[in-house]
Ligand binder design. Sequence first.
Ligand code: GTP
Ligand code: MG
Ligand code: ZN
Length: 299
Amino acid sequence: MLATVLVDGTGERIRCRPPRDRTTPVVGDQATVDEVGGEPTITALSERERTLSRPVSPHRPLIVATHVDRLLVVSSVEPPPRAGLVDRILCAVGDEPIEVVLVVNKVDLPGVEAAMKRLAAHRALGYAVVPVSAARGDGVAELRARIATGLTVVMGHSGVGKSTLLNALVPGADLVTAAVNEKTGKGRHTTTVSTCHVVGGPWPAGGLVVDTPGIRAFPLHGLELTEIATRFPGFGDATERCRFVDCLHETEPDCGVQEAVESGTLAKVRHRAWLLLLERIRAERAIPTRRPPSPRRQS
Ligand SMILES: Nc1nc2c(ncn2[C@@H]2O[C@H](COP(=O)(O)OP(=O)(O)OP(=O)(O)O)[C@@H](O)[C@H]2O)c(=O)[nH]1
Ligand SMILES: [Mg+2]
Ligand SMILES: [Zn+2]
C-alpha cells in the first residue's frame, strides 16, 4: 500500500512506496524519501516517540499516530461523557508528554451542566475541559487556534461528533458523519479509517489533525494491573508511598493512595473510579479478585 508523505517546506503531498523492511508507516512518522527504481520510496523512518496506541488486541497494539503533540478526547452532551473511558485513555497515554484536552461537544443541546459535571473530577485534577458545539460553532475558533501547530489526534466514542467537529475546524475536510441511533443513543461507527488534515495554515507552519474511528472498547491490553494502577490519573506519587510494590490500592495496609484519600489530598471519587476500573478490567480479563494480604503472624 502506498503512503502519503507531506513534504516539509512545500506542503506537497507525494504518494510513496513503503520502506523495504515492510514497516507500515503510521500517521506522524517522519520519513526520508528517495527515488528507488524511478518511484518515490520511503527509505527511512525516524525513531517513534510520543506514540499513541489503541490497546485493542493482546498481541499487537494498534498505533494511531506517533510524534503526537496533543490529544483531544471528545465526548458530548448526548451521548454523555464517560469518565471511565477518559481514565482508560489517560492510562494509555501514561507519562508521554502529550497534551490532553477533554472536549465536550454538542453544548447546543440541553443537559450541558450534567455533562460537564461528569468530567468535574478531571477538571479538578488540572485537565482542560473545553465545551464546544461543532453544529453551532461555540468554541470552534478557540479550539482551532489551540491545535494550529503540531500533531493533534481526535479520539472518542462513536457519535460524539468527532468528524463533525473536524469539518468545522478544517474547512473542506468533508468527512462523512451520521446521526446517532435514535433508540440506543449510540453512534453508528461511521468513520472507519483515520484521516489526517492540515489545520490553521499550510504545512509545515500549520498543524495536523487526525480523525479516528469511534472507540468501541479500550481494554488496555499489554498493561499489567499494577502498571495501570500507577498510571491512574490523579494518583501521582501517592503510589510511591505504598508498602507493597504491587499494591492495587484496595484494602492493602500502608497504602499511599488510601492515605491520600483519608488526608484529603485525593478526592474520594477518584479512588472510587479506580476501584470501578479495576473491577471492570478484572472482569474483562477474567482475573479473580485478589484476597486482601493476610496479616503478619505475631511471634
Ligand atoms: N446537536 C449537535 N449535534 C451534533 C454536533 N456535532 C455533531 N453532531 C451530530 O452527532 C452525530 C454524530 O456525528 P459524527 O461526526 O458522525 O460523530 P463521530 O464521533 O465522528 O462518530 P464515529 O465516526 O462513528 O466515531 C451527527 O448526527 C451529527 O450531526 C453538535 O455540536 N450539536
Ligand atoms: Mg466520525
Ligand atoms: Zn496502594
